[in-house]
Design a protein around this ligand. Structure first.
Ligand code: TXA
Ligand code: MG
Length: 347
C-alpha cells in the first residue's frame, strides 16, 4: 500500500475532502490532534475499526477513543450524560479530556474492546475537527504509533511507524500539548482518572469538586528494591534503557559519573535535562526538554526526544525528573513508564 501524506495548513483545508471520504468509506487516516497524532477509522464500522488494531499491532481488548466534532454526536454514542460530565464537557471540550460513558448499542464492541463503556473526546485541533465534520462519522482513533512505540507528535513519526500500512497521513506540524488526553471515568460516583494527561487533576477537581487518581500503574519503587509484579510491562519505551534521576543537588554528579563510566565502556549515553541545567553535564549526548518552570515544554518534547534517542542508537538515557505539578504529572507518568516504573532518588 502506498501511504499518501497530505499537508494541511489551517485555515486552509485543501486536500482534506479526499481523506474525509476515505475515512467515511472504511479506510484509515492518521490525523493531528492537539495532544498526539491519532490513527482514525469510522467508529461505527466494525471492519474499519478492526484494521486499526491490525495496523498498530494492538491487542484487540485495548479499547479506542471515539473522537467527535459536535455534542449532538455524543448523544448517539452514550446512554446517559450525568451533570458532572456536562460540567466537564462545558469546561474542557474541545480539549485533551477523554470521558468514559456507558455505551449505546450504536457503538460496536470492537471499538470498545468488548466493554460496555465507551471513551469519547472532542479534540481541540482545527484539522481534526474539520476532518471529522467532513467525514460525518464519529472517528475511533488510538495514538498513531505502532504498539509499544512512543506516541507520535509529528507526522514524520507516524510515517516512521505506518508507512505502507495505511493509505493517508495528514500533516499539520507538531502537536501543541504533546502528551495524550486525560482519561476520566465518569460512570463511577466519584470520577476516576485512569490516565493522567493534558487536563490536570487540579483542573478537574476545581470543576466538579471530587475526583480520584487511579494508582495501580503509577507505583514507584526504589531502584534497588525487589521488583514489583505490577510493573512488568514497559510502555512508551525507547530502545535504550531509561534511567530517571530525582533529587536536589547530587543529580549532576551522579549522572556525570555514570556517563563517564559509559564512555569508558563505549556505551552510547544520552542526558535529557532542563535548559537551565544542561551546561552542568560533561559527557554524553545532551538533549533539553525545555525550561524547569514550564512543564508544558517538557510535555511537547518528551515523545520526540524518545524517538530521537532511538534514531541515535542511544543505549542509556538519563533523564532529570521534572516537577510533578500541572501537566508535569502526566509527563513524569510517561517517563516512569518508559523506565519500567523505576526512579533513582538521590538525597
Ligand atoms: O490524546 C489522546 O487521547 C490520543 C489522541 C489521538 O486522541 N489518543 C490516545 O489513544 O492516546 P490510545 O488508544 O493510545 O489510548 C486510549 C486509552 C487507553 O489507555 C485505553 O485503554 C483507554 O484510553 N480507554 C479507551 N476506552 C476505554 C474504556 N471504555 N474504558 C477504560 N479505558 C478506556
Ligand atoms: Mg497510545
Amino acid at each position: 500500500m502506498v501511504t499518501k501524506c497530505i499537508k494541511v495548513t489551517p485555515p486552509v483545508f485543501t486536500g482534506l475532502d479526499e481523506a474525509a471520504n476515505a475515512l467515511k468509506n472504511g479506510k484509515l487516516v492518521a490525523f493531528p490532534t492537539e495532544t498526539v497524532y491519532g490513527l482514525g477509522a469510522n467508529a461505527l464500522d466494525e471492519s474499519a475499526v478492526k484494521s486499526i488494531f491490525a495496523a498498530k499491532g494492538r491487542p484487540s481488548d485495548n479499547p479506542l477513543i471515539v473522537h467527535i466534532a459536535d455534542i449532538s454526536t455524543l448523544k448517539l454514542l452514550v446512554t446517559t450524560i450525568k451533570p458532572e460530565a456536562e460540567k466537564l464537557i462545558h469546561a474542557f471540550w474541545p480539549g485533551p479530556l477523554t470521558l468514559i460513558f456507558e455505551k449505546s448499542p450504536n457503538v460496536p464492541m470492537v471499538t470498545t474492546g468488548g466493554l460496555n463503556t465507551v471513551a469519547v473526546r472532542m479534540p481541540d485541533h482545527p484539522v481534526a475537527l474539520e476532518l471529522i465534520n467532513k467525514a460525518g462519522v464519529p472517528v475511533a482513533a488510538p495514538s498513531a504509533n505502532r504498539s509499544g512505540k512512543p506516541s507520535p507528535t509529528l507526522a514524520e513519526h507516524v510515517m516512521e511507524d505506518m508507512d505502507g500500512r495505511i493509505p493517508y497521513i495528514i500533516d499539520a506540524g507538531p502537536c501543541r500539548v504533546g502528551v495524550e488526553s486525560t482519561v476520566l471515568d465518569v460512570t463511577e460516583n466519584t470520577p476516576v482518572i485512569l490516565r493522567p494527561g493534558g487536563v490536570t487533576f487540579e483542573e478537574i477537581k476545581n470543576t466538579i469538586g471530587q475526583v480520584k487518581q487511579y494508582k495501580a500503574e503509577a507505583s514507584v519503587e526504589m531502584i534497588n528494591s525487589p521488583k514489583s509484579p505490577g510493573m512488568k510491562y514497559v510502555h512508551y519505551a525507547p530502545k535504550g534503557k531509561v534511567i530517571v534521576v530525582s533529587g536536589k543537588k547530587n543529580v549532576f554528579e551522579w549522572i556525570n559519573k555514570k556517563t563517564s563510566e559509559d564512555e569508558k565502556n563505549s556505551i552510547k549515553a544520552v542526558v535529557v535535562a532542563a535548559d537551565e541545567n544542561i551546561a552542568n553535564y560533561s559527557t554524553g549526548i545532551k538533549m533539553s526538554y525545555g525550561s524547569i518552570g514550564n512543564p508544558q515544554e517538557a510535555a511537547a518534547n518528551i515523545f520526540r526526544i524518545f524517538r530521537d534517542c532511538d534514531r541515535l542508537g542511544a543505549e542509556k538515557i538519563y533523564i532529570e525528573a521534572i516537577p510533578e505539578y500541572g501537566i508535569g504529572y502526566a509527563v513524569m507518568n510517561r517517563i516512569k513508564k518508559a523506565a519500567g516504573g523505576k526512579v533513582v532518588y538521590l538525597e
